[in-house]
Design a protein. Sequence first.
Length: 73
Amino acid sequence: MVKVFKLEELDCANCARKMEDAIKKIPGVEDAQVQFLTQKLTLTAPEEQFPALLKQVDRACRKIEPDCRVLYK
């Protein structure tokens, strides 16, 4: 399943690339794209794993850019 999330306080394209690489390494993530210009994260993973994966994604993003937040709907 593919879901798109808004990112808040993503300040640089280099950080976006680092976040994307870190998210792709999380077990269960099939694909991830972090778009700096649109401030969006596109995450592909099995639907039943999303709740657990989102915590890990948020943690990975904050390690790279502490002010960045993934906004969940």
